[in-house]
Design a protein around this ligand. Structure first.
Ligand code: SF4
Length: 362
């Protein structure tokens, strides 16, 4: 028997909830604070999605254990624009209705990013040992450097491997800048073998450690320029590091999920990549949403609206007619599907969808 979503037919009319009205009131206060933060406006861009290989002839072979993987094209380096934010551009009409539903769905489920995203890994990983703010910042940076082209679960495993190795070798705080300075690059490469581009990432991490020790007193930089000067660190990683390590809200961390979903809902017009999407989003998205939008959309893209195999049957946006990309064939199929088949389909997900099946109040 199919497991239907029990939902009312009420269509959201674009009215903002109390949540967003409250946010707007807070925004005027935060804006003043943010305006005081001054940073240089143009910085070097490593790449769009933080692919970490410097271009030689523009095409490099992806390091991977899997056979038949294609060469990776490395985009040319370009300038990164630091946006002023809230430039007065109108907020897309469908933004609040969609975003409110995304937040609602996300509040009911645990996506990989919630426990194994880069900002969460140090917390999840170090429950049994102390984690100082300095070590949190360093582990955040390392997990971000490992994260490109790599699933959160794989990234977590690589971080766990490193932690265990350091503990076994007398580093009681696990992954620290000191233990990372100590480790041999080849050994580091072995420990992170499961992540994409592992050899280059190991090299970049070792080089970054030297830079942090010589120029930053062993700390993670608290400026955009400082962060993108590290090998392999692009704007997405830099903005996320500033937000999570230093509480500096200078830009949106746009990854492939944020980029894809923003385009799908027509929140941005560009047909290019995450960097262009970041600049467009920053031109109208209220600054107090810049930090949260990344984990909200990343988790949504990891669980419900997957790049391949999206689950429109679990998504409230389909019932509310808020998304123009609904897979109607899938919804029909699910409606006539037996319990066993549905269970089998759900078992392939990276999260427990049960709470989404019981949503009554849209
Ligand atoms: S494509 Fe489907 S799963 Fe994705 S947002 Fe639209 S309705 Fe939801």
């Amino acid at each position: 028997m199919a497991v239907p979503l029990r939902r009312s037919a009420r269509v959201i009319d674009g009215t903002r909830s109390k949540y967003f009205i409250k946010k707007e009131a807070e925004r005027s206060v935060k804006k003043e604070v943010n305006e005081e933060v001054s940073v240089k406006k143009e910085v070097k861009n490593e790449d769009e999605d933080d692919i970490l290989i410097p271009p030689r002839d523009g095409v490099v072979k992806k390091e991977s254990k899997e056979e038949g993987e294609e060469d990776v094209k490395i985009p040319p380096k370009k300038k990164v624009k630091l946006s002023e934010g809230e430039s007065g551009k109108p907020i897309p009409k469908n933004f609040y209705p969609i975003y409110e539903q995304v937040k609602k769905m996300r509040s009911l489920i645990v996506a990989p990013v919630d426990t194994m995203g880069c900002a969460e890994i140090p917390i999840t990983l170090n429950k049994d040992i102390p984690l100082s703010p300095r070590n949190y910042r360093f582990q955040l940076l390392v997990s971000l450097m490992l994260s490109s082209q790599t699933k959160d679960e794989i990234n977590y495993k690589a971080m766990a491997n490193m932690k265990q190795y350091f503990l076994a070798n007398g580093f009681n705080d696990g992954i620290t800048i000191e233990s990372m300075k100590w480790i041999d690059e080849k050994k580091l490469d072995q420990l992170i073998f499961s992540v994409g581009f592992h050899t280059r990432k190991a090299s970049y991490i070792k080089k970054s450690v030297d830079i942090l020790l010589s120029k930053w007193d062993g700390e993670v930089p608290n400026t955009l320029e400082g962060l993108v000067s590290l090998p392999g660190v692009g704007p997405k990683m830099a903005f996320l590091t500033l937000q999570k390590a230093w509480d500096l809200n200078l830009g949106i961390g746009v990854d492939v999920h944020v980029d894809r979903l923003s385009k799908m809902w027509h929140w941005v017009k560009n047909k290019k990549g995450p960097e262009e999407t970041r600049v467009e989003l920053e031109s109208w998205l209220p600054r107090d949403l810049w930090t949260e939008i990344n984990p909200e959309l990343v988790g949504f893209g990891q669980s419900i609206c997957l790049p391949r195999g999206r689950r429109c049957d679990l998504c409230t946006l389909s019932k509310l007619k808020l998304c123009g990309n609904v897979d109607r064939a899938l919804i029909k199929k699910v409606e006539t599907m037996g319990d066993d088949k549905l269970q089998e389909m759900n078992s392939k997900l990276r999260f427990d969808p049960t709470p989404l099946m019981d949503i009554e109040d849209l």
